[in-house]
Ligand binder design. Structure first.
Ligand code: ATP
Ligand code: MG
Length: 268
């Protein structure tokens, strides 16, 4: 569909036009511990994809691979048509500015105010007057219902407020893609739902592509256009929320119902 695909240079490869991010045959291990073996998964432009899977399955590692913070041992990671595994650190910087990341646990800089946290990437990547930065920060804080909190320190915020500020920071530079790592973890159900609403709002108002890593099924069903479940180094389920709900694999059913399967027959 796009003409730029006709001029592929080395390290680039054609993919369906709506695919923005593609992991292909990715293998990653730490020492002897294999996290991914031949992981292949695509994320489409404009969708909110939810990545599910048990603790330790590699969800955060997958996000770090996409950002180029970790390198796969084998395989390719394409963003648009560029294989990011071939890029040098310096070449990854412009790519990262297309991403906003809400880290697991919000990970605000504790010694910086809310304003300084949200403005961080604006100071790093954009040459803007401080007045303009103030306006952008105020707008992003309003989007997450945290207006007027610029001078507070992270320690003065509740868990839910920290997540909101983390989200304001993630969207500060108007990223094309937002990566959410466990956005509702550690929050009470009502506060968690306000975060779900904000994820939906960001999608609606900023038109971003999103990848949401979670093991909160309520959140997954609410925000996801597509649910992808990781298991034992690869993808075992990939479909709409309805398809996942009705999935025939017992491992998927156990996960979505929070059943450890300890009373059931051992898995074959
Ligand atoms: N830098 C690292 N060095 C060594 N091992 C690592 C590193 N990063 C991750 N791992 C290991 O890789 C595996 C996957 O970790 P990851 O953090 O991606 O899990 P996760 O699916 O995000 O789990 P959780 O739901 O608990 O956040 C774990 O066994 C972890 O110990
Ligand atoms: Mg994690």
């Amino acid at each position: 569909m796009t003409t730029d695909k006709e001029q592929l240079t080395s390290g680039q490869r054609a993919a369906p036009a709506d695919v923005l991010i593609r992991l292909e045959g990715v293998h990653k291990q730490f020492g002897k511990h294999v996290v991914f073996k031949d992981l292949t998964v695509s994320f489409r432009r404009g969708e909110t994809a939810v990545v599910l899977g048990a603790s330790g399955v590699g969800k955060s590692v997958m996000l770090k691979l996409i950002l180029g913070l970790l390198k796969p041992d084998r395989g390719h990671i394409f963003i648009d048509h560029t294989d990011v595994t071939t890029l040098r650190e310096r070449e990854l910087i412009p790519l990262r500015t297309r991403f906003g990341m809400l880290f697991q646990g919000a990970a605000l800089f504790d010694f910086l105010t809310v304003y300084e946290n949200v403005a961080f990437a604006l100071h790093e990547h954009k040459r803007l007057a401080e007045d303009e930065i103030r306006r952008i920060v105020a707008r992003k804080l309003a989007l997450v219902d945290m207006q007027g909190t610029e001078n507070l320190l992270p320690e003065e915020l509740s868990g839910g407020m920290r997540k909101r500020v983390g989200l304001a920071r993630a969207i500060a530079i108007d990223p094309e893609v937002i990566l959410y790592d466990e956005p509702t973890m550690g929050l009470d159900p009502v506060t968690a739902d306000t975060i779900n609403e904000l994820i939906l709002r960001c999608r609606r108002e900023l038109k971003t592509t999103s990848i949401v890593v979670t093991h909160d099924m309520q959140s997954a069903y609410k925000v996801g256009d597509r649910l992808i479940m990781l298991y034992d180094g690869g993808v075992i389920a990939d479909g709409t929320p309805d398809q996942i709900r009705r999935h025939g694999d017992i491992r998927v059913q156990r996960f979505i119902h929070g059943d450890a399967g300890l009373t059931a027959a051992p898995m074959g």
